[in-house]
Design a protein around this ligand. Structure first.
Ligand code: ATP
Length: 248
């Protein structure tokens, strides 16, 4: 049985400010129901790749100048970020981006804005989020700005879930978090994947953790994919061990 490919990035080139070539022909495939990791060091182009997919480059004066981005067989690179959310693709940005003055629960509710959902549906989704993030239920009346980094990452993921996505693009979920919390967040991602069927494409500098939880990985260097393969194979690969696994 062949798994359906949800997202296909074909040989994309991204240029910032009309002159800075950052992605030099990146291709990747994201299968339905999988956790796919985009790996590589600082500045390799991971964030740029995610933003190209979710159409968030324009605000940074970036554009896809070559190649195509296909979701469920349809070319999506001319859609607005909101249209893409309606198609089931949502990005959780690096750095978490909560509304600091809103409560945790209000933050989660803002995630439901793109759909015309009934209050009952929204409540059911909220319960689902609290089931996976019990900590957020405890903190639901707290102002998001006063919660910890780990809790804010949970809010950011929970908020994305409220849009009822099919595919979640997760940018650097481990950033700035203690190892124990990183482990906790990745375990929740794994449960969401296995129990709820969400598809993930995640960008991570922490190769170690990402390859333990992902099914497949792509390694980016200076805007190019230099290696890809099943996560277990990458973990055993001598070059990956030497250049990536020792470091994180
Ligand atoms: P990081 O983990 O630091 O986010 P990354 O692999 O996600 O790394 P990108 O953020 O995609 O890398 O950056 C890739 C390259 O593009 C870097 O050289 C960066 O300086 C450059 N870049 C990113 N955003 C812009 C921008 N708005 N304008 C110009 N250059 C940019």
């Amino acid at each position: 049985t062949q798994t359906e490919t949800l997202l296909e990035v074909n040989n994309i080139e991204v240029i910032y400010n009309h002159v800075i070539l950052v992605l030099k022909g990146v291709s990747l495939k994201v299968p339905k129901g999988g956790i796919t990791a985009l790996l590589g060091g600082n500045g390799a182009g991971k964030t740029t790749t995610l933003k190209a997919v979710s159409n968030l480059l324009a605000s940074e004066r970036g554009e896809v100048t070559k190649g195509s981005i296909i979701y469920r067989g349809e070319r999506v690179q001319d859609l607005t970020p909101n249209d893409l959310v309606r198609k089931g693709v949502i990005q959780v940005m690096e750095g978490r981006h909560c509304f600091e003055h809103l409560t945790v629960e209000e933050n989660l509710l803002t995630g439901a804005y793109t759909r015309a959902a009934s209050r009952g549906d929204v409540d059911a989704d909220l319960e689902m989020v609290y089931e996976y993030f019990p900590r957020l239920k405890e903190r639901r009346r707290s102002q998001a700005g006063y919660t910890s980094g780990g809790e804010q990452q949970m809010v950011a993921i929970g908020r994305a879930l409220m849009s009822r996505p099919e595919t979640i693009l997760l940018d650097e979920p481990s950033m700035g978090l203690a190892p124990q919390l990183v482990e906790q967040i990745f375990n929740i991602v794994k449960s969401l994947n296995e129990e709820q069927g969400y598809t993930f494409l995640l960008a991570e500098q922490n190769t170690n953790v990402a390859l333990r939880f992902a099914h497949y990985g792509y390694i980016l260097e200076s805007g190019r994919v230099v290696m890809d393969g099943p996560a277990d194979d990458l973990r055993e690969n001598p070059d990956v061990k030497e250049f990536y696994l020792g470091m994180s």
